[in-house]
Design a protein around this ligand. Structure first.
Ligand SMILES: Cc1cc2nc3c(=O)[nH]c(=O)nc-3n(C[C@H](O)[C@H](O)[C@H](O)COP(=O)(O)OP(=O)(O)OC[C@H]3O[C@@H](n4cnc5c(N)ncnc54)[C@H](O)[C@@H]3O)c2cc1C
Length: 576
């Protein structure tokens, strides 16, 4: 068989040596479970929307979720290999994305459901959650409601005091994953007797209780995205996880932990789809030549490949900041929404580029690609939309670009540590005052790479924009304009962590150069978009056109990168 590409996950050669023995065993066992299941069955389960019972049985038997999702502090006597370790959680996300987003989703909403519990001081609830995990149960996160979308302040899940330290809860929740099966559902609501934020409550409910009514699955999928209703549900004092503002913070901080999983899920989807796409294109003969002889096909597949490599480098580096975070280093609050909106939208582009090449093949029911094309669309929209995350990212722009601070260097974090800070993140406030290390250092280290240097001109231009042509008071309420600016800023941050990770892993320069050629074009594209915005001033319009650059073309380099892409052909096909 042909050589596997070292930058992409390939089940045939996967051996995550950088992890401890038990982590390695569990990751490998998961891959083996899917390969043994086989492609036909995997696709049939997807098509028939089967519930994931067999997979969850495997997970329970191996202690997969229990080992990966019990923080050391909740593991009690049998701590063993249990810890909350973002590096290995990310590795498992990628595997789930690779085989099917439905599996990823059941695990993802389990993580969200556990968030309010692991952040709680309620020892009984923590012990119960650890026990349920050990028994192989899944969890659910009951935040969203049918009428309120992102506006979680307006919850209609109402808790009436029962005079005994507990409540009776009534109301419904909508879009709640695993609501059909969860051993514990973390539910967000508000007290009827307290006005304003002090009235919020997060509590643990049991989906098997008679006052818990499962209404339906809202979507047509193996993902069970439930609507459920509580009618006079008895919330005992020992079920209460958080009250008042802390309940609201627990909601946001849980989403902070959970949304980090979307980037690696997207990466897994793109990797599997890429093996299929390149193999198909390389073997398809039109007019006597492979489809990959067309220059535009080469360009599209090369762009898809380097975009995917960029997604991986950024996400891997973001893990380090996530794991090294603390009360005095909250840089993860920028890198985290970046993984969410930037990496997942890059995933959409990767699939689009490949689909234009493989065209009809991407519809066929015996491909993974057909589901990849559908599922990749969901990730930018969940755990906060692109808009919500981009608006969040904008809060950091001034300090990140113009006001750097000193930090000790953050090393690669693949060590077997328990990421305890994620469950004591504290109040979700003060984002505008968070400082960052100087982004220029990462760029300076690669100043000799032609397209890094070219992109750096654009990044410097963005600093000029912020100091000389920033949106005024009135424009600062025009999200349509601001989001265009946010896209430009997001590119600078994206490039920064890619470069940091390239340095840490010794990425081949050709690949880096080709990747930055894409970022140069992207920056130019977003600049032109800003130029066309309704409220853009004459000064901003002229800045925007002045920031357009052309990437540095090097045919020999592009040919070398293409050779890597071409070599993916035939390197992986899932067991039938
Ligand atoms: C498959 C699936 C699974 C899900 N699983 C869960 C789950 O397990 N638990 C759970 O609690 N929820 C879950 N959700 C709900 C999901 O988190 C919501 O979709 C999300 O809260 C956004 O709500 P909405 O889609 O109704 O959009 P809306 O909130 O109605 O937004 C409408 C538009 O306004 C924009 N907008 C809203 N607020 C802002 C803002 N502040 N700044 C800028 N733009 C804004 C949005 O970007 C969007 O374009 C799930 C949803 C789906 C589809």
């Amino acid at each position: 068989m042909a050589m596997a590409d070292p930058l992409l996950f390939n089940p045939h050669t996967y051996d995550p040596k950088h992890f401890d023995a038990e982590t390695r065993r569990l990751l490998r066992a998961t891959v083996d479970w899917f390969e043994a299941r086989g492609k036909r069955r995997l696709i049939e389960d997807y098509r028939s929307r089967a519930w994931l019972a067999d997979f969850l049985e495997f997970s329970a038997k191996e202690g997969l979720f229990a080992t990966f999702l019990t923080p050391a502090s909740a593991a009690g006597q049998d701590e063993g290999d249990k810890r909350w370790d973002t590096a290995r959680i990310a590795a498992l996300n990628e595997i789930f994305g690779f085989y099917g987003l439905d599996y990823w989703y059941a695990w993802q909403v389990t993580i969200l459901g556990l968030g309010p519990v692991w952040q709680s001081d309620n020892a009984a609830a923590r012990a119960r959650a650890a026990e349920l995990l050990a028994q192989g149960e899944v969890f659910a996160f009951g935040l969203s409601e049918k009428s309120h979308g992102a506006d979680i302040y307006s919850t209609d899940m109402l808790l009436e005091p029962d005079g005994d330290g507990g409540f009776r809860a009534s109301g419904s929740k909508y879009y709640i994953g695993n609501g059909n099966a969860a051993g514990l559902v973390s539910v967000f609501g508000r007290r009827t007797d307290v006005e304003g934020p002090d009235g919020y409550v997060f509590f643990a409910a049991d989906s098997r209780h008679e006052a818990y009514h499962l209404v339906k699955n809202v979507v047509d999928s193996s993902k069970y995205v439930s609507e459920f209703r509580l009618d006079d549900y008895p919330v005992r004092a020992e079920d209460i996880l958080h009250t008042g503002r802390a309940a609201f913070d627990a909601a946001l901080n849980t989403v902070n932990v959970g949304k980090f999983n979307l980037c690696t899920g997207a990466i897994g989807i793109c990797e599997h789809a890429m093996y299929e796409a390149v193999t198909h294109a390389q073997n398809r003969i039109l007019y006597g030549r492979p489809v990959t002889a067309f220059p535009h096909v080469r360009r599209e597949l090369t762009d898809a490949y380097v975009r995917l490599v960029g997604m991986k480098l950024f996400s891997d580096r973001a893990v380090d900041y996530f794991r090294s975070a603390g009360p005095d280093d909250r840089r993860y609050l920028l890198f985290n929404p970046m993984t969410k909106m930037k990496v997942t939208t890059e995933g959409e582009k990767v699939i689009d580029l490949m689909w234009d090449v493989i065209a009809a093949k991407g519809f066929e029911k015996d491909t993974y690609f057909a589901q990849a094309a559908t599922e990749i669309r969901g990730l930018p929209k969940l755990e906060g939309t692109v808009h919500v995350n981009l608006a969040l990212i904008l809060k950091f722009m001034g300090n990140h670009l113009l006001n750097p601070a000193d930090y000790a260097p953050v090393p690669t974090r693949l060590d077997a540590a328990d990421d305890a800070f994620l469950f004591r993140q504290g109040p979700a406030r003060g984002l505008g005052s968070i400082r960052f290390h100087d982004w220029r250092a990462a760029y300076d280290a690669y100043a000799d790479v032609p397209n890094v240097a070219r992109f750096r001109e654009q990044a410097d231009a963005l600093c000029t924009f912020v100091t000389t042509a920033a949106p005024d008071e009135e424009q600062s309420r025009d999200l349509d304009l601001l989001l265009a600016v946010g896209q430009l800023f997001a590119l600078v941050v994206h490039g920064q962590l890619i470069l940091e990770q390239a340095r840490l892993t010794g990425l081949e320069q050709d690949v880096l150069d080709e990747l930055f050629a894409v970022l140069v074009r992207d920056f130019s594209g977003y600049a032109v978009e800003l130029h066309g915005k309704d409220s853009a001033t004459a000064e901003q319009q002229s800045w925007a056109l002045g920031a357009v650059r052309r990437p540095v073309v090097d045919d020999a380099r592009s040919a070398r990168v293409w050779a890597r892409v071409e070599a993916l052909s035939g390197t992986y096909e899932m067991a039938p």
